[in-house]
Ligand binder design. Structure first.
Ligand code: PRP
Length: 206
């Protein structure tokens, strides 16, 4: 397996360029990511969504469920902006594997450990795309006798829907571009970036 090392990340207002050096051959490739949503826009949206959620649930207890892996950055920012009695748990699902297109079959790898019966559930997603994951989770929590079920997604890509779903809290509606950063990955890369960028998987050099 070739190991690649990120050499530099040059930030401008609009792009980040990441140069990768192949440790075996010294071959250097560059990936250019175009900014779609800035760090400050994200933080404004997080504060807005946290306020909405807090107002809706008032002082009711809430079980916040993050969908691994993409939601972990958004979830950790969101819960620190809310003043509510919350519990946090995670589920791990997959439908994309290494592909950029969903297989259409959602698989549950790890469910919640926290008791769900009679609780208000808020699922936190980085992105709702086809809606298949959201549909799966609604049925999963209904089967576990949750009292209420809502979804909060930083990004919503309604043009890609394959099934109708209600996304109760949306940060940004986005067009059909491949997006990375702030939790979203391409081949497990770029999750750590503070903003959301578009990437062309055909030309990605990482
Ligand atoms: C992404 C994202 C959502 C799901 C949404 O997860 O984090 O969970 O896809 O897609 P859908 O609306 O088409 O069902 P992914 O399977 O890429 O895993 P990851 O979060 O670990 O990157």
């Amino acid at each position: 397996m070739k190991l690649k090392m990120a050499l530099t990340a040059v930030l401008t207002d609009a792009t980040v360029q990441i140069h990768f050096k192949d440790r075996c051959s010294n071959y250097v490739t560059t990936t250019t990511l175009e900014i779609v949503i800035s760090e400050s826009q994200i933080q404004e949206a997080v504060a807005r969504l946290a306020q909405l959620i807090q107002t809706d649930y008032k002082d009711q207890p809430l079980l916040v469920v993050g969908v691994l892996h993409g939601s972990f950055v958004f979830l950790s920012d969101l819960i620190r902006q809310m003043q509510l009695p919350i519990q946090v748990d995670f589920v791990r699902l997959s439908s994309y594997d290494e592909a950029t297109e969903t297989s259409g079959v959602v698989r549950l790898h790890h469910g919640v450990r926290t008791p769900v019966e009679g609780k208000n559930i808020l699922v936190v997603e980085d992105i709702v795309d086809t809606g298949l994951t959201a549909k799966f989770l609604r049925e999963y929590f209904e089967d576990l006798d949750a009292a209420t079920f809502r979804i909060c997604a930083l990004l919503d890509k309604p043009v890609r829907r394959r099934t109708p779903v209600t996304v109760d809290y949306v940060g940004f509606e986005v067009p059909d571009q491949f997006l990375v950063g702030y939790g979203l990955d391409y081949n497990q890369r770029y999750r750590e970036l503070r903003a959301v960028y578009s990437l062309d998987p055909q030309t990605d050099g990482s």
